[in-house]
Write a protein that binds this ligand. Structure first.
Ligand code: PRX
Length: 657
């Protein structure tokens, strides 16, 4: 076992919420009791309480055809109405929905009434562009209010959005547009990142241009472009439209139509164990129920007084559930920020917390670790006393980072909720409840009320407390994925074959003596870099697409800041060796190539040129051994290698670097 994990399990510090926090907390112990008594009735109650159904449902769950679940099937609702109009109708139209902060320091606040009107106008524009229920719309935008408007307008029409993270390349965008047969792309000229405009429209143009074997992109009819970056962009007449020309001119009246609970809401692509990303499909009523429930109870949302900030980009699931849908369904006031944490200065995030009086702050361990490196002096310059609750997501948080977060950012008082979930689960599945749970640094702790989690051994039997195993969700849950877009077989194989009708999450976990869960990372060939999922196969296939490369193996090696980092081992084609001009040049060229093919997040930290890769007699690459080398450890058992001398040569090569 990884020595770091052993340390985790000797962690004995415990922290209880203050009496004042506990006394005012939204979620009480009764939630667990009610969920325990009748799980399905519990979710039905939550759904009725948190959402407005146009036609109330009478059936809670249909699980007669596993793994295809239907929640609240005979009910109808409009997701955008639940996030917008109903708050205005309830008299909260003047409440700020979004405090947006641009990276260069420009800002804009939108009330619920204003956001509702903008979404209605945009919905009318989308109707004019021919978007109807069930159509797919790709969204490729920076973190600007228009990104949230775009998601909600698509949802309002019963259409399906596919948000593609702005850091992904034209190739990645093209494959996602093609897979979903999107009809419309909503983008911007560019957005601000690290003090510069990072262009987006050119990537859309490149994605839609005829390219190689893929040929002409035929499904996209229009590109709607927000002017944000002030960079000059090419224009395709008849296809491209400026947002500022069409949206303000559109009617602010739009009556939402109710759609069935199982109407698809969005597709979000995520990496799996093969080269091609999976389009994870989520639907409406169940998703919104669990998004609103977890957001309200885990983040202890008091909508009249709280200012909430989740730092995730809408390109990831966290940005879907805990920026757009959960907070807006609950009528929350939130901050969104366009840029990077260190632009234009390393105290930018803390400055924003001070400026808006942020009370609830949800971020990722990678960010916390990079702030730790910079030292406490920077946050200490700002008034962070408004913070009363902190959250962490995306990867295991090491106790040291947890303690720093608590002391330096939370003033030793704010509870921390470490939330485990996935793109596939749609919403948080494991977490403390902040007014109840005695928290433990490094443990995500217990299943959310109404969620059934087990840790199983390979054979499918529950592990004893104190032991490690595989994390499964043993009962269907409202915000579960409904499938992989266009690939029901892959859906079954990936998640449901291992343990029958229990969902296999792909994570290792350990139960401690109290029954608390400690996440141990992925058990498959999926890496977690800065809380973002990448597959070894996807990066390997990008590497072998380069003319230099004969073979490639990629591993996730532990990294002090990003959790894991991409490390690649490549064999260069004999014929290319001379032309490639030395290992340093090859490494630079291949790192740049991966960034261009997939996106900068996938760029390997290191590329090692080797002569052989460690393979078993059946030809399978033993990544475990490469991980040992990449992490500077002694290489483990090599007896199953076809050629046992290979690892010595690789180790020598790497240490000579
Ligand atoms: O390995 C787990 C890790 O992130 C994976 C899910 O990645 P993604 O779908 O991109 O969603 C990330 C944001 C929800 C999981 O399989 N993970 C997520 N949260 C935690 C975590 N690992 C440990 N602790 C967490 N709190």
């Amino acid at each position: 076992m990884n020595p770091k994990i052993d340390n985790l399990l000797t962690e004995t510090r415990r922290f209880s919420p203050s009496e004042a926090f506990a006394a005012n907390a939204i979620a009480g112990r009764d939630l667990y009791e009610r969920a325990e008594t009748d799980r399905l009735e519990f979710w039905a109650e939550q759904s009725r309480e948190l959402l407005d159904w146009e036609k109330p449902f009478t059936r809670v769950l249909d699980w007669t055809n596993p793994p295809f679940a239907k929640w609240f099937e005979d009910g109808t609702l409009n997701v955008a109405y639940n996030c917008l109009d109903r708050h205005v109708e309830a008299g909260n139209g003047d409440r700020v929905a979004l405090h947006w902060e641009g990276e260069p320091g420009d800002s804009r606040s939108l009330t619920y009434a204003e956001l509702t009107t903008e979404v209605k106008r945009l919905s009318n524009v989308l109707i004019d562009l021919g978007i109807r229920a069930g159509d797919r719309v790709a969204i490729y935008l920076p973190m600007i209010p228009e990104a949230i408007m775009a998601m909600l307008a698509v949802a309002r029409l019963g259409a399906i959005h596919s948000v593609v993270f702005g850091g992904f390349s034209a190739d990645s965008l093209r494959s996602r547009i093609d897979d979903a047969s999107a009809k419309l792309v909503i983008t911007a000229d560019g957005g601000y990142r690290k003090g510069k405009v990072s262009a987006l429209k050119p990537a859309v143009d490149a994605a839609l241009a005829p390219r190689g074997e893929l040929g002409v992109q035929e499904t996209v009819k229009n590109v709607l472009v927000v002017k944000r970056g002030e960079n000059t962009v090419d224009w395709t007449e008849g296809r491209d439209l400026w947002w500022h020309d069409v949206v303000p001119a559109a009617s602010p009246e739009h009556t939402p139509e109710a759609f069935p609970s199982e109407n698809p809401l969005f597709i979000l692509y995520t990496s799996g164990t093969t080269g091609s990303p999976k389009g994870i499909l989520h639907t409406s009523g169940g998703y919104l129920t669990q998004a609103a429930f977890t957001h309200k109870n885990i983040f202890d949302i008091h909508p009249e007084t709280d200012v909430y900030w989740c730092t995730a980009d809408i390109g990831w699931i966290t940005g879907h559930t805990y920026v757009t849908y959960g907070p807006l369904a609950n009528g929350t006031t939130q901050v969104i920020y366009e840029g990077t944490p260190d632009a234009p200065h390393p105290g930018r995030w803390w400055e924003i917390i001070e400026k808006y009086g942020v009370s609830i702050f949800y971020t990722a361990p990678t960010a916390i670790r990079s702030f730790m490196k910079l030292g406490r002096k920077i946050p200490k310059k700002f008034d962070l006393s408004s913070l009363r609750l902190l959250g962490s997501v995306g990867e295991p948080i090491n106790p040291e980072a947890w303690m720093w977060f608590r002391k330096v950012i939370g003033g030793k008082l704010a509870p921390i909720v470490d939330t485990w979930w996935q793109t596939e689960t749609g919403a948080i599945m494991i977490s403390a409840l902040p007014g109840l749970t005695e928290t433990k640094p490094g443990s995500a702790q217990v299943a959310v009320p109404g969620i059934s989690i087990e840790v199983l051994g390979d054979s499918g039997s529950a592990v004893e407390s104190g032991s490690g195993g595989l994390l499964v969700v043993s009962e269907p849950w409202p915000s579960m994925l409904r499938g992989i877009w266009g690939d029901p077989e892959r859906f079954k194989e990936t998640y449901w074959e291992k343990f029958g009708d229990k969902y296999f999450a792909g994570d290792g976990a350990r139960l401690d003596e109290d029954g608390d869960i400690w996440l141990l990372g992925r058990v498959d060939d999926v890496m977690n870099v800065s809380g973002h999922r990448l597959s070894t196969a996807e990066i390997e296939s990008a590497l072998v697409a380069h003319p230099y490369t004969a073979e490639a193996a990629v591993v996730g090696a532990s990294d002090e800041t990003t959790g894991q980092a991409v490390v690649a081992f490549v064999i260069i084609k004999e014929s290319q060796l001379e032309e490639a001009g030395g290992a340093a040049h090859i490494s630079d060229a291949l790192r740049a190539h991966v960034a261009a093919q997939i996106g900068a997040i996938a760029r390997p930290r290191e590329v090692f040129v080797v002569n052989e890769l460690p393979k078993t007699r059946s030809g399978k690459i033993m990544r475990r051994l490469l991980r040992d080398v990449a992490e500077g450890r002694e290489v483990g058992d090599t007896t199953t290698l076809a050629d046992t001398s290979v690892m010595r040569i690789i180790s020598d090569r790497v240490s000579a670097n």
